[in-house]
Unconditional design. Structure first.
Length: 272
């Protein structure tokens, strides 16, 4: 079952890259109930596994799901508590798209029993594997960085006003990772001029970042939300290799620094 739900590559570095919204598959019985627009799974974090290929070159572990967030959102808690109270968002088994339009045909939304069944079939195996890999890496290195790789369309009025910055770093307002790691990542972002960025803005980190981040006990968790305009065509969903190259290089630099910090080899900023 696990192999059908996700792919886990085990690396040797103290870094686990999680890409919970990379999947595009939708089982036939669910797809038949979706609107025509939703069958295109437009809210996918398109091509992030390709964007993060550098992580495996650096020796990182990587976990990538097969199924779309429309089947179940792996970056939500199983009890579906809102991550952003008072703001528009989507849930554990989304019934609205990022545009605010429906995911399902009228009357075809999943029942509570179906949601619970999807949790057991798709959500739980991913999280069991993620936790086990974090523990394995921490056992080898004493510390591990969990990096949540995400992307999203740069303008989505249903979710946020105006234009989203190119890069959106989230650390649950500093709670999910050490001050040292956050300071060093911010310094790297500030040192480049290809992309604008914000730290703990609209996207502070989802369930995975907030739930697994435990810097006092050797697990630093960071989320990077990338505006898709920087590496793909937002209308056709096609990957743009030339546009993506500079972004891949910067992501590689951020990941490499994260590995250094986990190994205690990075410059000293703030408190560990």
């Amino acid at each position: 079952m696990s192999a059908e739900v996700f792919e886990l590559h085990r690396g040797t570095a103290p870094l686990l890259v999680s890409l919970p919204h990379d999947g595009t598959a939708v089982p036939d019985d669910i797809a038949a109930r979706l609107t025509a627009q939703a069958r295109r799974v437009p809210d996918t974090d398109w091509h992030v596994a390709r964007l993060y290929a550098v992580a495996r070159e650096l020796g990182a572990s990587m976990i990538v799901p097969r199924f779309s967030r429309y089947v179940i959102d792996l970056n939500r808690s199983e009890d579906d508590v809102s991550l952003y109270p008072g703001q528009n968002t989507t849930g554990l088994c989304p019934i609205v798209r990022f545009s605010g339009d429906p995911v399902y045909l009228p009357g075809q939304e999943p029942t509570e029993d179906e949601v619970r069944a999807r949790v057991e079939r798709y959500w739980r195996p991913y999280h069991v594997a993620l936790r086990a890999e974090l523990e394995r890496i921490r056992g080898v290195h004493g510390r591990v960085v969990l990096w949540e790789g995400h992307s999203i369309r740069g303008e989505l009025p249903f979710l946020f006003e105006g234009r989203l910055p190119d890069l959106n770093l989230g650390t649950a307002a500093g709670a999910s990772c050490s001050q040292s790691l956050q300071a060093q990542l911010e310094a790297l972002l500030a040192a480049q001029d290809n992309y604008d960025f914000v730290v703990n803005g609209r996207f502070k980190g989802g369930y995975i970042t907030r739930h697994y981040g435990d810097p006092a006990n050797g697990i630093d968790a960071v989320q990077l939300e990338v505006s898709q305009r920087n590496y793909m065509d937002e209308e056709t969903f096609e990957y743009a290799p030339a546009r993506a190259a500079a972004l891949q290089a910067l992501i590689g630099t951020l990941l490499e620094r994260s590995i250094d910090v986990a190994r205690g080899a990075g410059p000293a900023f703030g408190n560990a």
